[in-house]
Structure formats: structure tokens, C-alpha cells
Design a protein around this ligand. Sequence first.
Ligand code: TEU
Length: 522
Amino acid sequence: MGKNWWRSAVIYQVYVRSFADSNGDGYGDLPGVRDRLGYLADLGVDALWLTPFYASPMADGGYDVADYREVDPLFGKLADAEALIDDAHRHGLRVIVDLVPNHTSSAHPWFAEALAAAPDSPERARYVFREGKDGGPPNDWESLFGGPAWTRLPDGQWYLHLFDAAQPDLNWEHPDVHAEFESILRFWLDRGVDGIRIDVAHGLVKAAGLPDVLHTGQAGLLGSAALPYFDQDGVHDIYREWRKILDSYEGDRIAVAEAWVPNAQRLALYLRQDELHQAFNFHYANAEWSAEQFRTVIYDSLAAVADVGAPSTWVLSNHDIERHVTRYGGGETGLRRARAAALLTLALPGSAYVYQGEELGLAEVTDLPEEVLADPMWERSGHTERGRDGCRVPLPWSGKEPSFGFGGPAWLPQPSEWAALSVQAQTGDPDSTLSLYRNALRLRRDLPEGQPRWFDAGSDVLAFHRDPGFACTVNFGSSPVSLPRQGRILLSSIPEHELEQTDETVLLPPDSAVWWTGDSDA
Ligand code: TEU
């Protein structure tokens, strides 16, 4: 793909502990990923993003890092990471690793030093320690996992953690923090990774004086009001420094931001020419199944990224959000919509992320027994939020016991109906979701570069051309829509024999999408 591979890349998210288990302990690992590189190359993606595999007590599935330069024994050894990167390259796949700069694990040596040191000592300055207020925490901030964002130490000081108490926030005003993360970045770039995904990229800098949320107005994750701990202008200075480091390496190395910000315009600020290459488009993942919502999000996103010359980065699912089969209604309807959404997503200009298992049409597992729930959200919310385990259940690969070819008994139990959804079961079935993804990814390589030219096919239908000679039509409605042919059918989200066709028209059923090629009068 040469220069700027990332502008149109499809990047597959490997949630390592649930992908493939090579040693039978029930947890996915790096050698497991290595064994399956052939599958990923065959699927037709361009790159993988590996979620954190670093040394960690696993209080938050590895997003609590104790040593950023070491591989956790659960996942293998440093040599396994190096071998995986090299092997992926041999398969023509690029590799993105996760960088977690907002917080460390409480087991990180810096935090151990901070705890052992006295209040107001230099060891504490790398984190955010404060005195309490009126017998309570220093301010009213809440952890995203529930409860206060502050934990009190026996000596009376409190430390900040936007996530779990085992994930203390770093102080990004401290030069040590900058130097350390620049060094970690170089460590992985030196090992050949093609990029980094920046965890909580909008969270590193907090508003001066740590003001109460009350004073600025509370808002949801993607809410409209500015929160004093998210999306502060100062974060951009950090990314300008990192961009210089990325650019100093050969081979088009990239950074993608995980930034939950209120709108496409705020997101585009992370994508200015001297900052990051991509930012996950969560507004797209948040859209409900309606032509109007998708139309609005797509228009806004394309306009905002065009202003800064960046690609849009479409996301339907990840390891933090309910799988989209379920979000779109679940069951057969949800799957049907998810298949249509796949064709829409892969037809849009820009880059797209595929979360492991979406190519199998997996739904959220909503009935995990309480005793297996591992997401810290379950505990921290006082057992009111079940958390994110339902989208993290290990993949089914085959009919093999005990875990459908995943490896040992899976750390989260797989539903029995996943036997029919395994890679093996779907391979060779032309109507399977896996075949749909394989076909779409293969055809996508030859899609024209033109920007979408939208045309009207009724209020429930999203329809666009990309010149020369490609069109995509998606019916979000509950009634079939008669469409003038846009050329020849290239691919459809439902079996082609289910499309009623005449010489001039095709009846597009509810919740389905069609890719077209060739001349059209539209
Ligand atoms: O997520 C950051 C984030 O803000 C949300 O996705 C959040 O975890 C979720 O919505 C809870 O409401 C990143 C990681 O993707 C996530 O897995 C980690 O738990 C989190 O950071 C902390 O590192």
C-alpha cells in the first residue's frame, strides 16, 4: 500500500486475552495470535491492533500497566511480542500496539514509591495527590467505573483515578511523565510496530485547579458540556511531541486516538496535520439504527475530517461497548442489520476498525453468570452495572471442545449456539457473515477513491455513488424499497436470491445493503 497506508486501512482489533489461547490456560495469548495470522491475512484486513499485553495485575484487563516494556506471563514473553510483530509483517499485516498514558497500575514502581513516600514528596508529584475537602475527597469527580474518582490513603491524602482505584492517574504536568512515555513509545517503535492506539487520549490533561464538575455541568461520555478532566486543550501539545517521534521513524508509523469527545469538530482537533493520524469515530458507533442518524453522523464526520485533511475512522464495536448485533436489536434482526452496517462501513471513504468476532456476527453475551464477571465496573458500581465482559467472550474457532477451538476452558464461558458461528462452521458457507466480510474486504481494495455523492432513494435509504462506477445503498426501514438499478450487483448483505429483481429495478428488503458496480443513470 506504500505511503499513507492508514488512510484507507481496515484494522482488526485483537482483544488478546479472548482471541486464541495457545497454552490451554483459558486466556488468549501472543503465540495464539501468531498462530492465527494466516486467518487474519486471509480475512483481508491490513493491520491489527493488539490490546495491552504488558505486565499487569489485570485489575482492568491489562489497562492497568505495571511495566510498559515487559509482556505479562499470561500473554507470553517479550520475545513472543517481537516474533509476532515480525511474523505479522511477513503476512503483510501491520501492527498497532496500545499505549496507556493516562494512568499506570497501582503496582507500577512509581506508584509504589509514591505510596512509600511522605505527602508532598517528589515521589508523589508524578501522580495526582491532594488533600481532602470537608472530610471528603478533593472534588466531586466520579470514576467512569462508578463511585468517587479519589481514594484516601492512611496518611490522609487522596489520589485521583478516573477509572479503577488500581489505575492511578498520572500527572502530565511532570517532566518525568513526558520523558518516560516518549521512551516507551520509542521502545515499541524500535521493535517495529507500525503505530500506537492511545488509551483515553482525551484524558491526560486536567483543568487547572481541578474544579468541581458541578461548576462546568455534568455530561455523558460523549455529552455536550466540557468536563474538567476530558478534552482539555493542553492534551494537543503532548500529541505534537509524539508526532515528531513517529515521523522520525521510517515507514509511516501512526497514532490513533481513543478520545470520547462531544462532537466531530472536537475530534478533528486531534487530527490536525502535526498531531495524530486517526481518531476512533464513536459517534458512528453510537448511532441508532436509522437512516437519519447514520446520515447525520456520516455527513458531520466527513465534513470535520475534510477540514483537517485526515481520514475518517469508522468503528461499529470494540471491547468497551455492547456488540452491535445486540445494539441493533439482537437476534436475526440485529444480525441482519449488522451485516448491512458492515457493507455501509466498508463502502465509506477512510479507515475502518473491525472488532474481533464481528466478522462472525457475534452478539453480546448478556447472561454471563455473576461469578465470572471480571470487569471492575461490576464491583465499583456496587453490582448495578454488569460491565463490559459480554463483548469480551473468547472467540469460537471450531467445533473442538472445550472452548470451540479457542484453547483451554475459556475464562468467560461461550454460549452453546456459538458452535454454529465458529470460523470453521462459517468458512466455505457463501452466505455466512464471515464470507460476507471476506468478500467485502477483498472487493474494497478496488473501490474507487471518489468521495460519496449522495442520491435520494427515499427517507429510509442511505444511497451514494463513489466515482467511477461504484454505489452503495442501505435500507434502514421496515418496508422494502424499489430502487432503480445502479449497475450490476457486486455484493449484498442478504443472499442475492432474496432480492427481487427486474431489468430496471431491485426491491431492497428492510435492513439490507447492496454494493453496485458499473454504469448508472443516477
Ligand atoms: O476506555 C476509556 C473510556 O473512556 C471508556 O471506553 C470506558 O472504559 C467505558 O466506557 C466505561 O464506561 C479505555 C479502554 O478502552 C478501556 O478498556 C479501559 O477500561 C479504560 O480506557 C481505562 O484504561
